[in-house]
Design a binder for this molecule. Structure first.
Ligand code: ATP
Ligand code: MG
Length: 284
């Protein structure tokens, strides 16, 4: 049995549970206030925690693996394995400065005080850049600190530009792009490592499927060769003759980003009736 810690409630809770569901792992929901639940079809037990506590629980053995924002992981400073980025909970941590004051370059932070809930990440950043600002640690309402004279600048998650603007701030430097990650304790017993590998395989199949699409299109037979080059697919496309002579149906997979770049070339080569469908799982 592997113990997985996820956020109890908040921005990462629902998407963590959804990723597990899409990976075919059933978890009873229902009882709202439960702190622990066990999957009925996969050897994993879920612990519901505050995101601040997840990295520590992995470091001290209370849980084996966890899903948490990279920002929380880096801030915690614990030595854990970062197994996989999960594609949700995306945000950025930036320095913001009063918008009515000129900022210039990072050097202007020297001698100033910066308020943040992420003092460790900020300290590393300042050190790496040879800057000497003082760090004012605060657990919430960071955006208000320059206005009330508690700090000169802030370092925080930028939710929307509008929160900054309404507090008279402007984003001046992005320090970190973060997203939810799967973490694991530094070492696990062999049987837990085996379950973790099965879980990673499932998660990657789901994550890969999310960026690819299944594409079907009708092509004139004389264009099959060139369209196969535009849509090479996993091994090669499937080509099936249509009832109408001279035409075939071609099936392939394509990254969604690539689709928009290649659509014009498909049309130029006579492709018709193009259908693009979601893929649920993808095992290569
Ligand atoms: P907890 O009660 O578990 O301590 P929290 O209030 O610290 O929750 P949330 O606001 O739920 O945390 O955010 C969890 C994570 O979601 C953040 O640490 C960050 O990685 C990610 N995230 C994504 N977008 C945002 C955003 N706009 N604002 C804040 N966090 C975000
Ligand atoms: Mg928290």
């Amino acid at each position: 049995m592997l113990t997985l810690a996820i956020q109890k409630k908040g921005r990462l809770n629902e998407q963590s549970l959804q990723l597990l569901r899409e990976s075919g792992i059933h978890i009873a929901n229902g009882m709202k206030h439960r702190l622990k639940s066990r999957s009925s079809n996969f050897p994993v037990e879920i612990l519901y925690l505050r995101d601040d506590d997840i990295a520590e629980c992995l470091a001290n053995g209370a849980a084996d693996i966890g899903i948490v924002g990279e920002n929380e992981f880096l801030e915690s400073g614990f030595d854990l394995r970062r197994i996989q980025k999960l594609g949700f909970g995306k945000c950025r941590l930036s320095i913001a400065f009063p918008k009515n004051k000129p900022f210039g370059s990072l050097k202007n932070l020297n001698g100033l005080s910066i308020a943040t809930s992420y003092p460790n990440i900020l300290e590393n950043f300042l050190q790496e850049n040879g800057l000497s600002a003082s760090i004012h640690r605060i657990s919430g309402s960071v955006e208000i600190t320059p206005e009330i004279g508690l700090a000169d600048a802030i370092f925080d998650i930028i939710s929307s530009g509008s929160t900054l603007v309404s507090n008279g701030l402007k984003e001046v430097y992005t320090v970190l792009h973060s997203e939810a990650v799967l973490l694991a304790a530094k070492t696990l017993p062999a049987e837990k490592e085996e379950i973790l590998n099965q879980l990673i395989f499932r998660l990657r199949s789901v994550l890969k499927a999310a960026v690819y699409k299944y594409i079907l299109l009708n092509v004139p037979n004389e264009k099959i060769e060139i369209i196969c080059k535009i849509l090479p697919g996993m091994k090669s496309p499937t080509v099936i003759p249509l009832a109408e002579p001279g035409w075939s149906s071609l099936h392939s997979v394509i990254r969604e980003d690539d689709f928009w770049q290649r659509i014009d070339r498909l049309k130029e080569n006579g492709a018709q009736g193009i259908l693009v469908l979601p893929i649920e799982k993808m095992i290569i």
